[in-house]
Write a protein of this length. Structure first.
Length: 425
């Protein structure tokens, strides 16, 4: 149980961190203010501020986010009539605004908020020390800080450093960077698996062993025989060989084998076995495994495995439209926990393989053209390029809220379905 929880936190945390770091890196590169980089959701348990970004760890290890200026209601913690305190510099310019009851600024100027503009003209006004006879207006520094209600200290978000102020190309790169990082993480993880296995292992059409009293042994097949043809099918790999035998359950089959550079014909009838409710042929042989330890082979393995997983996921997504949608085709945190528990049982290599698989899944899901996901944002970016002008911010917000509501409902349904599948049955 403890091992599973630790493995789950490491796997999920790594995937989320790498995804969000992609957004973070390209946002910084584009001059977009990253107000907060958070791992986890809910109440914060740790915060550290460096330069203009606050780095937080939150209590629920079920996600994370990069808070970019302009992609949120930046003034949501400010309300007219609420008490606040201001830290001013020697010139009377506001350097810090505190609206949190959890933090006390001993040298702060207490005011009752009346109005403010922390985006364009950068000012804040209010009644100092509760004196409603004199309204005071203060200039706010471009890089001033605000201590939010939960005690998190972040930088304000002037318009020039907001997401919308970046070029459309930089916004596209920033939105795409998260999924891209997930694909890169998968390549690294699969490459690491190859290293831990001692190289890239490939099965061949050579026989490594023959089971006693099996169909193969009785037909005269020996260790180190190379099976080059089954009926009319050439078997240059173990995959084609195994598939050909599987399709011949209970049928007379002709094998061409090579032994000591000489070809030989062997006739046999594969035994019939049942796997997943289907009849398959079985003759009782195992494949010889070759191991390639070269750096090129190991890196190629990481790339090919990632490409293979991407292809498989798109095939599943395609089947949802052709064969019908089912919640069982999706999986949330509960399903991930179940997969992690199973992988942890088999060891570190299985956990790293699962990390790679889930990372690809997260990358592809985020690229779906659904508002609130990276793919939906990219779609809006592309529409902007085609139109030659930005989409109305209010309309974009409505579209995003609809997408967010859809994803929230879907997440609840998927989570309940996962609980029913893995724990209630």
């Amino acid at each position: 149980m403890v091992v599973t929880i630790i493995a789950f936190i490491i796997v999920f945390g790594t995937i989320v961190f790498v995804h969000e770091f992609g957004h973070y890196f390209f946002a910084k590169r584009a001059g977009i203010l990253v107000r907060e980089f958070s791992i986890g959701m809910g109440p914060k348990i740790f915060a550290y501020r460096k330069n203009e970004t606050t780095y937080t760890i939150r209590i629920l290890p079920l996600g994370g986010y990069v808070r970019m200026a302009g992609l949120e209601e930046d003034d949501e913690d400010l309300q007219k009539g609420m008490p606040a305190s201001l830290i001013l510099d020697d010139a009377g310019i506001v350097k810090k605004i505190n609206v949190s009851k959890k933090v006390t600024l001993l040298s702060g100027v207490p005011i009752e908020l009346v109005d403010w503009d922390l985006t364009d003209d950068l000012w804040i006004s209010g009644y100092e020390n509760g004196n409603e006879e004199e309204l005071k207006k203060y200039v706010v520094d471009h890089d001033a800080l605000i201590i939010e209600k939960d005690g998190t200290e972040v930088q304000i978000a002037p318009k020039d450093v907001q997401f919308q102020s970046a070029s459309v190309l930089n916004r596209i790169l920033t939105n795409f960077a998260g999924p891209l990082n997930n694909f890169l993480l998968a390549i690294v993880a699969f490459t690491l698996v190859a290293v831990m296995q001692g190289g890239v292992q490939t099965t061949t059409n050579y026989v490594a062993s023959v089971e006693n009293n099996s169909v193969a042994q009785k037909a005269g097949i020996r260790k180190n025989d190379q099976i080059i043809k089954i009926n009319k099918t050439k078997t240059s790999s173990w995959t084609t060989l195994a598939t050909a035998i599987s399709n011949q359950a209970g049928k007379k089959t002709v094998l061409i084998i090579k032994r000591a550079d000489k070809e030989k014909k062997i006739t046999l009838t594969p035994e019939t076995k049942k796997e997943n409710g289907q009849k398959v042929g079985y003759i009782g042989i195992s494949s010889r495994v070759n191991t390639n330890k070269s750096l090129l082979a190991i890196i190629s393995y990481g790339v090919k495995q990632t490409g293979s997983v991407i292809t498989q996921i798109f095939a599943v997504l395609g089947s949802m439209f052709t064969k019908g949608f089912s919640l069982n085709d999706l999986g949330g945190p509960v399903a991930m926990y179940s997969y992690t528990s199973e992988a942890a049982h088999y060891g570190v290599i299985s956990v790293i393989s699962l990390l790679a698989l889930l990372s690809v899944n997260l990358g592809i899901v985020n690229l779906l053209p659904i508002p609130a996901l990276d793919g939906g944002k990219l779609l809006l970016n592309i529409v902007e390029v085609i139109r030659g002008k930005p989409i109305d911010p209010n309309k974009e917000m409505i579209i995003t809220l609809i997408g967010f509501a859809f994803m929230l409902v879907l997440m609840v349904l998927v989570t309940w379905n996962d609980i029913s599948r893995y724990f209630l049955h």
